[in-house]
Design a protein around this ligand. Structure first.
Ligand code: PBG
Ligand code: ZN
Length: 371
């Protein structure tokens, strides 16, 4: 529960109320000894919980961790059209922006306490996509340009670059394909690790491969070591990334839907808890600094698995586009209050074990949170 919602909690009683309650109890002394209340008198002390959370601050202390601004990473869609600024229909309040629109948009957010962003490139120019995803590490492309621009403009902003090929490949898959359409893992890992290096060289504080090819964490870590920058780049693995329909709005935003087939060969099957645990352990052993689980709210058990398996590293959770869109749809239909639901969903993710949340609600949370 957040401090802001606690403050308005109507169950809080001040000292005056308590005096009154006590005197009522003493007047009704005979009632105290009835069978219904005897448990509280005759010794079962552990049954008495209410007192422990009788004050707003005491309620806040029940949470193992409080949601703070520094836990949040905000996703940005960067267009290769410098002046573009267009709303994404399936992602309420989210826009695709070109380089020229970035700083004016981010300046007030940074002033409100925005600490980190994750960048996704969106190539719109005709012919920008090919079978190798060549545009992913184009030195004049949107992501590399945005990394340099943001590093210069906001020295304290932590910049994460999502690393994948699906936004840049003509077929929309997250790697390089064989002639039969299946994923060529070796070529994909080669290419993905080159792209990660290009983003790290451009100044990204963190590279986050979301492609799910086997062995890419090790390949990226080795290249970071070889080029002497492993000590200054965080490697965040999308380790447990489940397939499903919750990425729909994102693919709309990034124009990254596969042109044939789906992502089931590389993203995890929704029931695959064992596979997720193996992927988490593998990526830790391959050199990941942070483990990510996604989607978040549907996989709280996997978040807590990640915390257990990787108890010495931070766990991140991605509250994905579909989760965000569902909360907006529910609020719009009057099913629940947007702010209340955003807090409940995000605090549930923290309770499961994450200390980093990638969320499209970040701008709202900057207004709602005090620290
Ligand atoms: C690209 C990528 C995706 C997301 C993050 N990186 C889409 C996908 O894998 O299809 C999903 C983010 C979201 O839905 O908000 N590989
Ligand atoms: Zn991808």
């Amino acid at each position: 529960m957040s401090f802001s919602s606690l403050v308005s909690d109507m169950t809080f009683r001040d000292r005056g109320d308590r005096e009154e309650t006590r005197s009522q109890v003493s007047r009704a002394r005979s009632y105290q000894s009835t069978a219904a209340t005897s448990v509280s008198i005759s010794g079962d002390i552990s049954s008495q919980l209410h007192g422990g959370y009788s004050h707003p601050l005491a309620r806040a202390w029940q949470a193992e961790r409080q949601l703070t601004k520094s836990m949040l990473i905000y996703p940005l869609f960067i267009s290769d059209q410098p002046d573009e600024d267009i709303p994404i229909p399936s992602l309420p309040n989210q826009h695709r922006r070109g380089l020229n629109r970035l700083l004016p948009f981010l300046r007030p957010l940074v002033a409100k306490g925005l600490k980190s962003v994750i960048l996704f490139g969106v190539p719109i120019a005709p012919g920008a996509k090919d079978i190798l995803g060549t545009a992913a590490d184009d030195p004049t492309g949107p992501v590399i340009s945005a990394i340099k621009l943001l590093r210069r403009a906001f020295p304290s902003l932590f910049i994460v670059a999502d690393v994948c090929l699906c936004e840049y490949t003509s077929h929309g898959h997250c790697g390089i394909l064989r002639d039969d359409g299946s994923l060529n893992n070796a070529l994909s890992v080669d290419r993905i690790s080159d792209v990660a290096m290009a983003y790290a060289d451009a100044g990204a504080h963190c590279v986050a491969p979301s492609d799910m090819n086997d062995g890419r964490i090790r390949a990226i870590k080795l290249k970071l070591i070889e080029s002497g920058i492993a000590h200054q780049v965080v490697l965040m693995s999308y380790a447990a990334k489940f397939s499903g329909c919750l990425y729909g709005p994102f693919r709309d935003a990034a124009g990254s839907s596969p042109s044939f087939g789906d992502r089931r060969c590389y993203q995890l099957p929704p029931g695959g808890r064992g596979l997720a645990r193996r992927a988490i352990v593998r990526d830790i052993n391959e050199g990941a600094d942070i483990i990510m689980v996604k989607p978040a709210s549907q996989y709280l058990d996997i978040i807590s698995d990640a915390k257990e398996l990787g108890k010495d590293l931070p766990v991140a959770a991605y509250q994905v586009s579909g989760e965000f869109a569902m909360i907006h749809a529910g609020a719009k239909a009057g099913v629940f209050d947007l702010k209340a639901m955003a807090f409940e969903a995000t605090e549930g993710i923290l309770r499961a074990g994450a200390t980093i949340v990638v969320s499209y609600f970040t701008p709202e949370f900057l207004d709602w949170l005090s620290n």
